[in-house]
Design a binder for this molecule. Structure first.
Ligand code: FVH
Length: 285
């Protein structure tokens, strides 16, 4: 490990956690935030507070930016592109892959990143961060970036970290929506969400077992129903819709799943596995 100087621009909930992790690991840390009062706690921990964005960038060969969105990054860092020459910019702001690729054109040493963690766990091994962009920049600063959590590098396409980010967030929202819908359904029968939660957790863990098998089917383009055929899924989905309607629970979520499955069956995937729905998501069915 090292004590490379680091600059952190953006001291919202996440930026503050990033700067704190660097300070705790002994990195000389320069910070800047539009609302300067947010830097006070960090100054007390030993951070240098830069008066301007340009001063902040010039203070370190590694600048990490974490702002609300890419529009804020353009407003804040855009006017200082010339000062990035010979320096690495790591952008941990959420956005689209297109925005990441556009920003990568600012400097040859650009890394785009996504944080799969909440501020509280930054600096701990359970935090994981996704990076893509300049491999030279990643190799040079990997040890420093590891201060924030475990890191994965997806290669030279600067858009890939953002794509993984939104895809993983989709997995999170899909799982949480299913849990919330189930909790509403059982809640209508006076079952507490905390009584449902252990079973939901155990089932989510079983379902993760299906993911690898289905990934293999998707990559092969063949969907043998080794566990259950699509029409078996469809029959039980209809019970979920009927139970929801009977309990006065919103039916939008299960009805959408049912509609996706019916489209796959209509496209000829009768007898196929659930993985065949990939063709509906691709717009092929
Ligand atoms: N918080 C989290 O758990 C998630 C975890 C996954 C990744 N996200 C992404 O991180 C980015 C920042 O999120 P945040 O939670 O730190 O957000 P805020 O606390 O709201 O802080 C926003 C900072 O951005 C500054 N800012 C906004 N607009 C501008 C602008 N036009 N010019 C300069 N700075 C700007 C804001 O400054 P101020 O309001 O304090 O003056 C804050 O520093 C985000 O992409 C998440 O998706 C976090």
């Amino acid at each position: 490990m090292n004590n490379e100087p680091v600059t952190v621009i953006g001291l919202g909930l996440m930026g503050k956690a990033l700067a704190t992790a660097f300070l705790k690991a002994g990195h000389p840390t320069t910070v800047w935030n539009r609302t300067s009062a947010k830097a006070e706690d960090l100054a007390a921990l030993g951070a240098s507070v830069a008066p301007t964005v340009g001063d902040a960038i010039r203070a370190s060969s590694l600048t990490i930016v974490c702002l609300t969105d890419f529009a804020a990054v353009r407003d804040t860092i855009g006017p200082h592109r010339a000062e990035l020459a010979g320096r690495t910019l790591v952008n941990l702001t959420s956005g689209t892959s297109g925005e990441a690729r556009e920003t990568a054109a600012w400097t040859s040493d650009y890394l785009d990143g996504a944080i799969m963690a909440i501020p509280e766990v930054i600096g701990r091994p359970e935090a994981f961060l996704l990076f893509s962009g300049s491999s030279g920049a990643f190799d040079s600063h990997e040890d420093t970036l590891k201060r924030l959590g475990n890191s994965v590098f997806f290669g030279e396409d600067p858009g890939l970290a953002s794509l993984y980010d939104v895809a993983l967030l989709g997995v999170m929202w899909g799982t949480l929506n299913a849990f919330l819908h189930g909790a509403a359904l059982l809640g209508a029968a006076k079952v507490d969400a905390s009584a449902f939660a252990p079973f939901a957790n155990q089932w989510v863990s079983s379902v993760t077992g299906f993911v690898s098998a289905y990934a293999d089917q998707i990559d092969r383009g063949a969907y043998p129903a080794e566990d259950a055929a699509l029409e078996t899924h469809l029959a039980t989905m209809k019970y979920l819709v009927r139970e929801s309607a009977a309990a006065g629970i919103d039916t939008d979520w299960p009805a959408r799943i049912q509609a996706l499955t019916e489209r796959a069956i209509d496209a000829g995937h009768t007898g196929a596995s659930y993985a065949s729905l990939i063709e509906v998501f691709r717009g092929e069915a």
